[in-house]
Design a protein around this ligand. Structure first.
Ligand code: HMG
Ligand code: MG
Length: 298
């Protein structure tokens, strides 16, 4: 049986915008967060406290966090790759932080400039400080099924990183198909590997839609009992260190799927489409979502 309720984290303001070439003003990011919460999103990944030399688009992280109007019942998360990022993030009072590692050595080097083992040592004091401050710690394991540099990734690699993350006190494991190459059984194997160290309630799927498999992968995850997913409004996004990878599966498409399955999300699809159109208009393109396109053309 499928879960009766699903939690979606909209990562659009972060994963969605981090790779945009044109600078998106903080005010637009803040308005996007506002529209997402008005659409009923209860979890929003707002920004990342990373090096502005590496990801210029996220240089306004503190400004965006300071500018959002917090709504009771909504949780706001941010990415923190190291203590420097965590300290800057802490001042902006996030509910949750994300430490992001990878199941691929080559991707770890390209994305965060260190090996997998070094990344865990870098995350250790971040996790400790976050938990001491009562901040929930989520992890992301990039390239959980495939890597742009190493090709296919074995589930054992995911199992290893999940074990290391658990060992430093991380509370939640996000299994990420960074470049959207996964197909249902491969994704289920990666989730199974993470499930060896994290409970089903502490696991989420983060699927990019490069090859159009993300909805199928979402359904395959639901069938395992996974009920938490990262999605991106208007299908925004891509990782600057994963060339050619497109955005996350669009929140609109996943909401349509879930509602069609009789699963509760608390999200108003029309208002969500409006949020996606707002940011797409700013970017000068159409929303990258089949459901949004269908509803806007109705
Ligand atoms: P590094 O160059 O090895 O860092 O980068 P460093 O510690 O040697 O510091 C170098 C300089 O950066 C110093 O400044 C530091 O102060 C500064 P300088 O003295 O040269 O002027 N610095 C920072 N500034 C601001 N905030 C910080 C910070 N840290 C150092 N936190 C580092 C290492 C991790 C910082 C860098 O590689 C980095 O920022 N990488 C981030 C890459 C990134 O954001 N990627 C996208 C997000 S991950 C993703 O999208 C995947 C995900 O969606 C899941 C999936 O789909 O797979 C989550
Ligand atoms: Mg991603």
């Amino acid at each position: 049986t499928l879960p009766s309720k699903v939690k979606l984290v909209d990562v659009g303001p972060r994963d969605g915008l981090q790779n945009e070439k044109q600078m998106v003003p903080a005010a637009v990011k803040i308005e996007l967060v506002q529209r997402l919460q008005q659409a009923g999103l209860k979890e929003i990944e707002v920004t990342s406290f990373v090096s502005p030399k590496w990801v210029p688009q996220m240089a306004d992280a503190a400004e965006v966090m300071a500018g959002i109007t917090r709504q009771p019942g909504v949780r706001y998360s941010v990415l923190t790759p190291n203590l420097k990022g965590f300290e800057a993030a802490l001042a902006t009072r996030p509910d949750e932080i994300v430490v992001f590692g990878a199941a691929s050595e080559a991707f770890s080097q390209r994305n965060i400039n260190c090996s997998i083992a070094e990344s865990i040592e870098r995350f250790r004091p971040v996790v400790e400080a976050a938990r001491a401050n009562g901040i929930y710690v989520r992890s992301a394991i990039s390239c959980a099924v495939g890597c742009p540099y190493e090709g296919e990734i074995a589930p054992e690699r995911v199992e290893m990183v999940a074990r290391l993350m658990k060992g430093i006190g991380v509370q939640h494991c996000g299994v990420a198909d960074t470049i959207g190459v996964g197909t249902p059984i491969k994704v289920q194997r990666a989730l199974d590997a993470a499930l060896r160290h994290f409970a089903i309630d502490d696991i989420s799927g983060h699927f990019h839609d490069t090859y159009g498999q993300a909805l199928a992968n979402t359904l395959a995850s639901l069938q395992m009992g996974v009920w938490q997913f990262d999605t991106s409004v208007a299908g925004l996004g891509g990782c600057p260190y994963a060339k050619g990878a497109t955005g996350n599966v669009s929140t609109e498409d996943v909401v349509y799927l879930l509602h069609g399955l009789g699963i509760e999300t608390g999200i108003d699809l029309d208002r969500l489409v409006d949020a996606g159109q707002y940011v797409s208009d700013f970017l000068g393109r159409k929303p990258n979502s089949r459901v949004a396109t269908a509803l806007l053309n109705k």
